[in-house]
Design a protein around this ligand. Sequence first.
Ligand code: HPA
Length: 272
Amino acid sequence: MHPSLTNAVAYIQAHSHNFQPTTGIILGTGLGALAREVEIEYEISYADIPNFPVSTVESHAGRLLLGTLNGQKVAVLQGRFHYYEGYTMEQVVLPVRVLKLLGIGQLFVSNAAGGLNPDFQISDLMLLDDHINLLPTNPLIGPNDAALGPRFPDMFAAYDAGLLARAEAAAQALGQAGTTRRGVYAAVPGPMLETPAEYRYLRTIGADAVGMSTVPEVIAARHLGLPVLAVSVITDLCYPGHIKPVIIADILAAAAVAEPRLTALMKAVLAK
Ligand code: HPA
């Protein structure tokens, strides 16, 4: 196993009395509220973890939180790494691999995304049931580390059907069924948003939402054999008649509106 992984894991274990999380949670752009609900036992700055990249995006804190949420032991990545920041794919997914080595058995991921499906509204949640990787590379390129996973991991069910069913049941129970959708997420490199022709193209090829993250982490998680639940917050509408210049402040505001619903949903799935 690569020393960048083992060194990071050893540091975290040494600074958390070998805390063993069962669920990993990655918080996306403007979606940090869940962190406030965690009964934090250990808080470790990314900057202190050997080989951990440090987030360059202002809306992302760079902290690993270890604690309990709804009685479950969680590891929360408050701040993620994007390919557009200039990191290698290995760096982008290093935190996922580290959490797996700490002991997680499932991964929850959130992100902010543009809505391509004309049924979607701003601040809706979309449960990912599939994805399209339009990034120029992926984290499994290169020699395979068989200690992490197989050379050719299957992606037939990248998003766990059991977790999806639980999330839909939770949305129903929370009265969120009307604002909780299901769909396909397309990952693009960014950091620029898309042209109207690109949005039409993404819709044509079968995407319901578009964003700049998540897919590398999901590929790494599936390579590691981790079941994944991923949720997009629809922060802007990207279908004909609704496309307008994207203002990052508006994206953050739309994420903030959806944050309590996302937090309640993840907590409910965790409790089951
Ligand atoms: N495109 C790409 N990424 C995004 C968008 C978008 O419209 N909205 C939020 N993240």
